[in-house]
Design a protein. Structure first.
Lengths: 232, 377
């Protein structure tokens, strides 16, 4: 399975958020690095089909991002999103399962499984408005995994997680990356050190560098800073 | 699965505190209004008002009530004494045609109906009706039996008046409850998740729309129940089969009060669906709940206070087709008919067709808009 972005461009008024980016994502974890405002979130939205590019295209094995089939294999965790305050965590996951097209039986099974996985068993019945930031983030991670996605796109997934949760999350992603395409954006380089197979570095809407994680050497942070400092 | 999404969409609407508070507030206010209208100090008792049930309002009856009349400064007043109490409801019907500013002691049965006919003709001329329209109304008026026959009718008469308040409240509930159906997902950043989910586009639009309609219909039935239950409890079905002219003397429709209430109930429910569809369309287009709410409340103010005079012709006809105008009984005094597809329609008949068309248009435009919805653009 290959996710292909072909010269995609997105411009907001006077700012080019994504500038003619082309790349191919395959199975494994790809880390997307870039400073705040580099265009990571816009790129991810383009890949999820919730934002249309001004030019260029995104497709996966011939499926366009606008199709129901594509959405069926996609899992997305946005950087920040709200919840329905009147829903419990379990309700929220069941609702998202239904919107993602799971059968009732699968929705119940998967919801239960993910509640356990993200460590929300004790608070699954509580209203989401009572959750801490970390709990909400874990709930967000759970919803992204509901439909067993083949393409998992996560925007700053570790934001709000405590160190222990962060380690648990890294392990989870490492496992998932064996079988599916994972794109994970962050501006915290250490998040990617142990789990990324490939790296993409963005600056001012442009793809500055892409390659294997091993090319970054032992000190990924130094590698990232050196790349960011280079002129194209 | 779609049923589960629908259930959760209903949960969002029916568990939202603001919606529940608005609905409960509307029901409580309506119940109070109805109770006040029932318990309002009546000049006559129910027994007295029923004493003349079945009597024709003709010269003989008018002569009977004259001893209770007194003329003061050119106006007629009725002295309510025990023996004349039964004549008060008859006097109400008569004065709704003649007004009080004339000497009614000189009135006879023929003159009463002649006065009504004269006034109807004047109104028809003032509204510059076409010959076809005049012919239509003549044929309708010919079916209205005269002399009018009096029957006790307080229940349906009050219920008929209540529809204008119902129209106002259902508009408010539509605005409060449905302005955020689509817009709130954007405000809460939930569209990012929904729009990239399998059923997040085509199906979710339909389900949200259906849930919105369920909410407004539930609210509409609840309000209708809040208003009609006390009336039915006190008055029963009494007066439902009586002629509309006992309450609306300027109507030329040969309808009973019950039939007219049926028409109003239908218009009220259609109006509720129309309000819901338009509110949800605005919610999709603007993706901004406060903007939708402010816009609709602004419209409501214009709706309540803007009256277009007869000289505005076609614009006035269109303006009078808005739901609150129809429910405010404007159709009884406006005789202009609506020409649609080569046929003539009464304003409430045309309104039903037009509401259905606007409803469908709002649904389709909203669907198109929702499919093109993007995040963060």
């Amino acid at each position: 399975m290959e996710l292909i972005a072909d010269r995609i461009t997105k411009q907001y008024k006077n700012k080019i958020a994504v500038d003619r980016m082309s790349f191919t994502l395959t199975k494994g974890v790809t880390g997307l690095l870039g400073a705040n405002g580099a265009g990571k979130t816009t790129l991810m939205r383009l890949l999820c089909g919730i934002l249309a590019p001004d030019s260029g295209s995104v497709s996966c094995d011939g499926m366009s991002v606008g199709t129901e089939e594509y959405r069926d294999i996609l899992g997305y965790l946005p950087q920040d999103f709200g919840f329905y305050p009147e829903f419990s965590g379990k309700d929220f996951l069941l609702y998202m399962s239904a919107v993602k097209g799971l059968t009732k039986k699968d929705a119940i099974r998967k919801t239960q499984e993910l509640i356990e996985l993200v460590g929300l068993r004790d608070s699954a019945g509580k209203k989401v408005r009572t959750y801490s930031g970390g709990m909400r983030q874990r709930l967000g991670i759970a919803q992204a995994l509901l439909n067993d996605p083949q393409i998992l796109i996560m925007d700053e997934p570790t934001a709000g997680l405590d160190p222990q949760e962060r380690i648990r999350f890294r392990n989870l992603i490492s496992g998932l990356g064996q079988n599916i395409i994972v794109l994970l954006s962050t501006h915290i380089v250490s998040d990617l050190e142990h789990i990324a197979d490939r790296l993409m570095i963005m600056k001012d809407g442009q793809l500055l560098w892409q390659g294997n994680r091993s090319a970054g050497g032992e000190d990924l942070e130094a590698f990232y800073i050196s790349k960011i400092g280079e002129k194209r | 699965m779609l049923r589960i999404i629908y259930m959760y969409e209903l949960k969002k609407l029916f568990r939202a505190k603001v919606n529940l508070i608005a609905l409960a507030g509307a029901v409580i206010m309506l119940v109070f209004l109805v109770i006040f209208s029932i318990s309002e100090v009546q000049p006559v008792s129910r027994e007295a008002a029923k004493e003349l049930d079945g009597r024709a309002i003709d010269g003989e009856l008018i002569e009977e009530l004259k001893p209770a009349m007194r003329v003061e400064n050119g106006s007629t007043v009725i002295e309510i004494r025990a023996e004349s109490e039964k004549y008060v409801p008859i006097m109400d019907v008569i004065t709704s045609v003649t007004g009080y500013d004339m000497d009614l002691t000189q009135l006879d049965g023929t003159e009463f109906y002649a006065l009504r006919e004269q006034e109807l003709n004047q109104r028809i001329e003032k509204q510059r009706l076409s010959e076809t329209e005049k012919e239509f109304w003549r044929s309708q008026e010919a079916q209205v039996s005269k002399p009018f026959v009096y029957h006790y009718h307080s229940g349906p008469a009050n219920l008929l008046k209540a529809f204008q308040v119902l129209g106002f409240f259902i508009f408010l509930l539509s605005t409060v409850g449905l302005s955020g159906v689509y817009a709130r997902e954007t405000a809460d950043n939930m569209n990012q998740l929904l729009l990239c989910s399998r059923y997040g586009k085509k199906e979710l639009y339909l389900i949200k729309f259906a849930a919105g309609l369920t909410w407004i219909l539930a609210a509409a039935f609840l309000l209708l129940l809040a208003v009609s239950t006390p009336y039915f409890f006190v008055y029963g079905m009494e007066g439902m089969g009586e002629m509309l002219q006992l309450v609306k003397p300027w109507s030329m429709l040969p309808y009973t009060l019950g039939q007219m209430l049926g028409v109003y109930a239908e218009i009220y429910l259609l109006a509720a669906l129309l309000f819901a569809a338009v509110t949800m369309l605005l919610s999709v287009i603007t993706q901004n709940q406060p903007a939708v709410t402010c816009g609709l409340l602004g419209y409501l103010i214009v709706d309540l206070f803007a009256n277009l005079p007869d000289r505005f012709g076609i614009i006035q006809r269109i303006w009078l087709l808005r739901p609150n105008a129809v429910l405010m009984n404007t159709g009884f005094t406006n005789y202009r008919l609506i020409h649609l597809a080569g046929r003539l329609f009464l304003n409430f008949q045309a309104a039903s067709v037009i509401y259905a068309v606007i409803f469908m248009a709002a649904f389709l435009i909203g669907r198109r808009k929702y499919r093109r919805l993007q995040v963060g653009n």
